[in-house]
Each structure stands twice: as structure tokens, then as C-alpha cells.
Design a protein around this ligand. Structure first.
Ligand SMILES: [Zn+2]
Length: 263
């Protein structure tokens, strides 16, 4: 059985002493690919380097909404555009990400967040790349600008909205990422979404080292937990491993076509 981790911060310092072993472990358990998003210009080279150093690894370039405070909007967008231009022919560059809006964490400049989000949607259009979206307490605004900028491909990662918001993403062509949160018995809403949304709209992710599953609560999360997270989804959907694995592979290819290069 093969699984794809559509969101892993494989560059995180938490993995510095164990990175190769962690990925080898994940691969032994059937994780055939991982998507490593950037968060700001400071890690563009790092995620690109990791994607070329590790088999099954692809990357995205983008500016995370939680990193905007220290950035100059125009300079940061120009740096991103330069990096996209330099790497657009790179088969391992699969998306613009991680981008979006965070209305949960306090102290982030909301105007800057919005300007950088809009600027990145424009770049996704220009380079014809899907988007990896980070969204907290901002689903409707994120969707509004996806529509406005004509973005029709990508993933709303760690989806945690309502059914109607899920439908709005799906209508826009965006897939929904589910991960460790599903493994908590108390996550009623997320488990219902994962169980009931159209299977074609789902993809799996860990968000390692964050969003740990129930069995690793308050510990680091790893891509090698993905097959066990997938078991939760099998149970919720009543699907066999073979069926779910094949379906998710198709879904991921629809969301991120360039990932084909490592599958
Ligand atoms: Zn992330």
C-alpha cells in the first residue's frame, strides 16, 4: 500500500538529528512521497535542497501567513517571484505554498497577511501552479479570493471548517487535507467531514512536526505516522486499504499534478 504525505515540514529543526532515518522509516511503511512547503524566503533554498536530496520528496515555495510581520510585502513577493521563475522548470516544484490567512494567532498584521496572500494568488496564476493553503478563522475570506483570482487547484491543508465551507472549496476545485486531528475521538466535526465529504475531494497529510495524532499527543509528529492515520480514514469511510490508497493517489495527482515526477 502506498501513501502520500501532502504536507510535511521536513526542514523543521526537530528533525535535524534524525531526518534520514525518519524518512527511511516512512518509506518502509509505504509513504512514497511527501510535499514540503516553504514558509518564507529564508527557507526556500532549504526545502528545494531537501526535495533534491531525498527520494519521493517535492516542495512548494511560498510565504506562510504567520511569517509576514518581519517582511516587506513588495520585497517578499519579488523574492518569491524570482524563486518561482528560477525553478518553474524544476519537476520537484509542485505548488505555491504555504500561503493563506490566519485569524487565530494574535499579533499578526492582518493587512500585510491579506496583501501577501493576494500577491501569491496572482503568482500562482502567473506560473500556473496549485496552492497549499493554511486557513484559520478565515475560511470565507480565503475562498473569496480564490474565486476572485481564479485559482482552481490546490489543497486547503488541515481543513477545519464547516460542511458549507468544504463545499465551497470543492466547487472551486480545491482538495481538503486531513491528518492527525481525525485520530482524536473528540474531533467530532473533523471526523464527520472526513467520513462524509466526497471521497474524491480528500487528501492525507501529517503537518509534521505539528498536529500530532492521538497516540503521539504533545510529541513530535512524523511522516511515518501517515499509514496509521490512513487507518483512521479507512475506518471512518469503511474502505479497504487498497481502495483508499488508490483513491488518494488519484486525488493527490489531481490536486498537485507535478507530484507525478516522484510517483
Ligand atoms: Zn504547514
Amino acid at each position: 500500500m502506498s501513501w502520500i504525505d501532502t504536507h510535511a515540514h521536513f526542514d523543521a529543526a526537530e528533525f535535524d538529528t534524525t531526518r534520514s532515518d525518519d524518512w527511511a522509516h516512512a518509506q518502509r511503511l509505504g509513504v512514497v512521497a511527501q510535499v514540503v512547503p516553504a514558509v518564507a524566503p529564508f527557507n526556500f533554498e532549504t526545502v528545494r535542497g531537501l526535495a533534491h536530496a531525498y527520494t519521493g520528496t517535492v516542495y512548494a515555495l511560498g510565504i506562510h501567513p504567520m511569517y509576514v510581520n518581519s517582511l516587506d510585502v513588495d520585497v517578499a513577493l519579488a523574492e518569491l517571484r524570482g524563486a518561482l521563475l528560477a525553478n518553474i522548470e524544476d519537476s520537484r516544484l509542485v505548488a505555491v505554498g504555504e500561503i493563506g490567512l490566519d485569524g487565530f494567532v494574535e499579533g499578526i498584521d492582518q493587512d500585510k497577511q491579506l496583501a501577501i496572500y493576494q500577491g501569491q494568488l496572482k503568482l500562482a496564476r502567473e506560473f500556473n501552479l496549485p496552492v497549499l493553503l493554511h486557513v484559520r478563522r478565515a475560511q470565507d475570506t480565503v475562498i473569496k479570493y480564490l474565486r476572485q483570482f481564479g485559482i482552481k487547484q490546490g489543497i486547503a491543508h488541515a481543513f477545519n471548517g464547516s460542511f458549507s465551507q468544504a463545499q465551497a472549496y470543492i466547487k472551486q476545485g480545491i482538495h481538503l487535507g486531513f491528518g492527525g486531528m481525525m485520530t482524536f475521538e473528540k474531533s467530532n466535526q473533523i471526523r464527520r467531514l472526513a467520513a462524509e465529504l466526497p471521497i474524491e475531494s480528500l487528501v492525507l497529510e501529517t503537518d509534521a512536526p505539528d498536529m500530532s495524532p492521538a497516540w503521539a499527543y504533545k510529541e513530535n509528529n512524523y511522516s511515518y505516522y501517515l499509514p496509521r492515520i490512513a487507518e483512521t480514514l479507512m475506518t471512518l469511510r469503511g474502505l479497504s486499504a487498497a481502495h483508499l490508497s488508490a483513491q488518494l493517489r488519484n486525488n493527490t495527482l489531481n490536486a498537485l499534478p507535478k507530484i507525478q515526477s516522484v510517483l
